[in-house]
Write a protein that binds this ligand. Structure first.
Ligand code: GLN
Length: 305
């Protein structure tokens, strides 16, 4: 910095002063790129231009963003975008910020869909003639539904959310990404009157009194909290899903770090087969699911992979 121009600062200096005030390096880089009007993919540009001076207006915008980040606003709300499973989603305070943990749910969904498509192709399952159909419940920004459609264009994807605001965000993302997902409003399976081969959901699952909720105060609480034990919405989905799954279809749910055993038990009580859980990048059992049995199918038992 010089005495004549107190806001004249180089790219590297701007990033390190934000880190000194308490930001993660990645957050500082993403906010600086945003202030400079560059895409989130431009981190290499920052490194290549670390001695460039940041224009005064961008520097002022960056400092304001740093302050908001320090006060707890998620970076994704400040920049308006978030990368998820290889697609760029636009997000705002109407939707939960998509988490890397949820990519575990998408990966599992794609494996299930590939297995179902292979069975359909071999004509093993009478009911599976025609396209494979997937449903995302509580879609928020559309992250799960759009990632599935982007990765497997042949799958027919539908998504629901109770929040009109969230559906507006999801529909705008679908439009911008040119992904043909059908969105509709409703609480879980309310208003859904056909059967699916796959139902996936990242529902609210934090217990109402959990202190972690206050760390997430900027995000819609409706998308986070779910009754005294955090399982109210998961119970509702597990109870409603069997009437909306083809025999042999799968229900996959994301849940809290300590809920896997309880979710498997709920799936077992509801009559699901092949019940299992999947771990996220932090090695936490993050998703559990099961298959709705076909006639003559031996049920029960579960495995953790
Ligand atoms: N995984 C999120 C968190 O704990 C919560 C997401 C959710 O409730 N679906 O930060």
């Amino acid at each position: 910095m010089t005495a004549t121009n107190p806001v004249s600062i180089a790219v590297a200096g701007a990033v390190s002063s934000a880190i000194d005030s308490g930001l993660d390096r990645l957050d500082a880089q993403l906010l600086l790129l945003h202030a400079l009007g560059k895409p989130a993919s431009g981190r290499a540009w920052l490194l290549a231009h670390n001695l460039d001076l940041v224009p005064e207006s961008a520097s002022a915008a960056f400092m304001a963003l740093v302050q908001r980040r320090l006060a707890g606003e998620p970076v994704a709300y400040l920049t308006g975008c978030k990368e998820f499973f290889g697609i760029e989603l636009q997000v705002d305070t109407r939707v939960l910020v998509p988490r890397p943990d949820t990519e575990t749910l998408v990966e599992w969904a794609l494996q299930v869909l590939d297995g179902l498509a292979a069975r359909a192709a071999s004509a093993e399952m009478g009911d599976f003639g025609g396209p494979v159909c997937a449903l995302d419940l509580g879609t928020g920004s559309g992250a799960v539904a759009l990632a599935i459609k982007h990765s497997r264009p042949a799958v027919q994807v539908r998504a629901t959310d109770i929040s009109i605001g969230a559906l507006a965000v999801a529909e705008a993302n679908a439009e911008r990404l040119q992904l043909a997902v059908h969105f509709s409003q409703g609480s879980w399976l309310q208003g859904v009157n056909v059967r699916y081969h796959l139902i996936a959901s990242n529902p609210p699952y934090i217990a109402a009194g959990d202190p972690h909720l206050s760390d997430l105060a900027h995000e819609p609480q409706q998308a986070l909290a779910s009754g005294p034990d955090g399982l109210d919405d998961i119970r509702a989905i597990i109870n409603q899903a069997p009437g909306h799954l083809h025999p042999g279809g799968w229900l996959l749910l994301e849940h809290g770090y300590d809920q896997a055993a309880r979710v498997r038990e709920l799936l077992r009580q509801a009559g699901f087969a092949d019940i299992q859980s999947r771990r996220d990048l932090g090695d936490i059992e993050r998703c559990s699911g099961g298959r709705w049995p076909e006639i003559g199918d031996p049920t029960g038992g579960w495995t953790v992979r």
